[in-house]
Ligand binder design. Structure first.
Ligand SMILES: NC(=O)c1ccc[n+]([C@@H]2O[C@H](COP(=O)([O-])OP(=O)(O)OC[C@H]3O[C@@H](n4cnc5c(N)ncnc54)[C@H](O)[C@@H]3O)[C@@H](O)[C@H]2O)c1
Length: 453
């Protein structure tokens, strides 16, 4: 009897650890009830880029690649930033380069070197004297341009999401670690006023232990599919999953100190069928299918057993929302649909009055934000947050400081696209979250902005 039991339990053990492969951009298999993606070995001589600080740069020479809707706005904003020289402008389309040259001349700045064509960034990265390559192309070209920039000795700043596969995320991490060049994600939502004040409140313990956070990208884009970001509908038609996770995730991962004392452990995703996505596919592309469900929810468990929820919906005709909800044992903050803050020690579970909330938001606004707020609102870019993001990036480069968002943020926030797809395609099975720091997620304690001494 004992022998039979032994054989049975050995069989169960073998079954539970048995590995069934799963399609993914890196080798992946089902192991002990979870999908596990292989972590590539760190190449000999390559080192962690946590807290990476590079030589200070007096005047940051910037090259822009991809100057459509978003890139043109960035060029305009950079004309207002001190200690910057716009040295190159690159786009597939010549008229985009010309339009941005006009922005420079209207600002009284010298013309930049123009590069035209889908591969022109290579010549630009090889030949130009550049410090920073600012990448705002459509999603599929981000990574190859960033890799080319870093391999040629330039820092890379990439629009969102920075990468669309886990393999691409690893390529960015490895290039940054190998070349010792920064690779950052241009996640402007980390710099909105409510997000920055509530991050500070969470860090000062106003909400107690923050154990659950929610973020989202809920934005009715359907009316724009045929004239703005036309590539986005094509991507969504071909890809199931949260295709735009970083606006929601960035600010809440900073609150949760992801890879600064906690880490995302595993993810489970669910979605609805495609309704308005399919209608757009039919109407605008003559196709019957859209793989992206109208609403996608990903739930992430952290190493500390805290919860992160992120949602994606670009199809529902409803008001815009990034949710941004923080739940702690001592309070709550939520930005959408209306800004509310509750603090247990103030009025228990009641929301603070608008006046009390605004006082708190002002009191907890980081000092550097108070100093640049007026200019940020005047230059604009989503109400000023884009300017604050640009300001922080250039400030850190000027002073040789670690960037607010490092390559691991870039990889973690972007990886949710493929991880959610894998979970969805496997009946919402949990997918282990890759540890892009390769075991060093607990070395730094707490998210912080770096400042010059
Ligand atoms: N952070 C934000 O708030 C925000 C807002 C809008 C868009 N975005 C992101 O910005 C990026 C660009 O979006 P957009 O709305 O400006 O798109 P867009 O289509 O208006 O512009 C993309 C530009 O990139 C150019 N391009 C594409 N491949 C190229 C290549 N290989 N070399 C040179 N140029 C190339 C195109 O010609 C085009 O001008 C996307 O990643 C998007 O998700 C972010």
């Amino acid at each position: 009897m004992k022998k039979i039991l032994l054989i049975l339990s050995a069989g169960i053990l073998m079954l539970s650890s048995c590995c069934k492969t799963v399609p993914a951009s890196v080798p992946a298999c089902i192991k002990d009830g979870k999908i596990v993606l292989e972590t590539p070995d760190r190449a000999p001589g390559q080192q962690s880029a946590l807290a990476l600080a590079c030589e200070p740069i007096d005047v940051v020479k910037v090259a822009f690649v991809g100057i459509g809707g978003r890139g043109t706005g960035a060029v305009e904003r950079y004309t207002h930033i001190d200690g910057v020289e716009i040295v190159a402008l690159c786009d597939e389309r010549a008229e985009r380069v010309e339009d941005c040259q006009s922005i420079l001349s209207e600002a009284g700045l010298p013309a930049a070197k123009g590069y035209v064509g889908a591969e022109a960034f290579k010549e630009m990265c090889e030949n130009e004297d550049i410090d920073l390559v600012y990448i705002a192309t459509d999603w599929l070209d981000h990574v190859r341009i960033a890799l080319c920039a870093m391999e040629n000795g330039h820092h890379a700043a990439i629009e969102v999401p920075s990468a669309m596969t886990v393999k691409d995320c690893w390529d960015l991490v490895d290039a940054c670690e190998r070349t010792r060049r920064h690779c950052t994600i241009l996640e402007n939502c980390c710099y909105d006023f409510f997000e920055m004040s509530t991050l500070n409140m969470a860090q000062q313990g106003l909400f107690g232990e923050v154990y659950h956070v929610e973020g989202a990208y809920i934005h009715y884009l359907a009316e724009d599919w045929d004239h703005s970001e036309v590539w986005r509908l094509d991507y969504n038609m071909a890809n199931r999953g949260d295709n735009y996770p970083t606006h929601g995730l960035g600010p809440i991962c900073q609150v949760m100190n992801i890879h600064r004392g906690d880490k995302m452990d595993y993810l489970v995703a669910m979605d609805t069928p495609s309704y308005n996505g399919r209608k757009a596919a039919k109407q605008l592309r003559g196709k019957d299918e859209c793989l992206d469900g109208d609403h996608t929810i990903s739930l992430i468990q952290t190493a500390k057993d805290h919860l992160i929820e992120v949602q994606h919906n670009v199809y529902c005709p409803r008001p815009y929302s990034r949710m941004h909800q923080l739940f702690g044992d001592g309070g709550y903050a939520g930005k959408y649909p209306i800004e509310q803050i509750s603090v247990k020690s103030m009025h228990g579970h009641e929301a603070l009055s608008e006046e009390e909330m605004n006082d708190l938001l002002q009191q907890y606004k980081p000092d550097f934000v108070k100093e640049i707020e007026e200019k940020a609102r005047q230059v604009g870019g989503h109400g000023g947050m884009d300017y604050i993001m640009d300001y922080r990036l250039i400030y850190c480069l000027h002073n040789g400081l670690p960037l607010d968002e490092d390559v691991y943020d870039c990889a973690e926030w972007s990886a949710v696209q493929e991880l959610s797809r894998i979970s969805l395609e496997n009946g919402s099975m949990p997918v282990e979250f890759p540890d892009f720091t390769r075991g060093e997620w607990n070395r730094i304690q707490g998210f912080s902005y770096a400042f010059a001494k």
